[in-house]
Design a protein around this ligand. Sequence first.
Ligand code: UFG
Length: 324
Amino acid sequence: MRILVTGGAGYIGSVVTEFLLAGAHDVVVVDDLSTGHRGAIGKGVTFREGTLLDEHFLLPALDGIDAVCHFAAFSQVAESVADPLAYYRNNIGGAVSLLAAMRKTGVKFFLFSSSAAVYGEPDGTPIGEDAALRPLNAYGNTKLAVERLLADCTAAWGLRALSLRYFNAAGAGESHGEDHRPETHLIPLVLDVALARRDELVVYGKDYPTRDGTCVRDYIHVKDLASAHLLGLEKLIDGYGGVLNLGNGRGFSVLEVIRAAEKVTGLEIPYRFGERRPGDPAVLVASSDKAEKDLGWKRFYPGIEEILRDAYAWKQARPDGYPA
Ligand code: UFG
């Protein structure tokens, strides 16, 4: 198939592109490089630099495309709280514009990069797809709004859409990994501290109702996320759609991640406790039973240590991330 990957210069989009190419698909990457990296565009990809908000740019990019994987979005929770308009404009506006162009060009299949952020503070874990949807921040609101837009377009004009709600993506692909600027995610920050690129980690909160007082998250290897996309695309073409959680089904606290990273790196990771970070739920752990059953998805890298090993190998290979 010929797949348009929006946001293919970003973390998850670049690893999924790796998998699509390995699966003998043709890939066209569309990215405005506002947060993605030119260095993340893989060999063998057709790259078109531009914004989804520009129809004149988008329409020719959709020429000959069989399906769209839509990753392009802003994704920093705290930033979304500070500047909701930027998030609504980019994340919802980008999706509206992309879907309008798809409708015009007759491209029907859409795989959407959604997030566990649509759940907010869950009533219990593991979280199933039928849990209450109560996002705690503008980022989560934009992801939920696009999910709803997809359902409306499916009903109105025959779009076929599958939304994948990622829990905490981590690890690295064969030649692509995490490079956010600024970096806010736990695992790359922990590894920066291990490599003495930062002095210490600040653990946000120590009085959560969890086994050690720190937040628990479901870390899922980005390669396992990528394989779910390939399965999802096949199912979409067969008529499948809706929403699916993608997680590991196991939670690790911040302190457990630090300890596991010390074991994997053999290095000490100094940390201190700080205030809670606004908008952080205590526990987010997925049930991915539906993805396992409906897609036949299996996780090949479920251990936190293998996730950390791959993230560490990426950090060591590219301590400064992609070249400017
Ligand atoms: N944390 C710290 N110190 C840090 C950074 C993070 O203690 O310096 C803690 C956070 O408070 C949180 C955990 O580590 O408890 C994980 O934080 P991340 O920032 O790595 O990830 P989040 O859980 O906040 O969010 C990520 C994505 C979101 C997505 C969510 C879904 O960034 O886009 O996973 O689970 F919505």
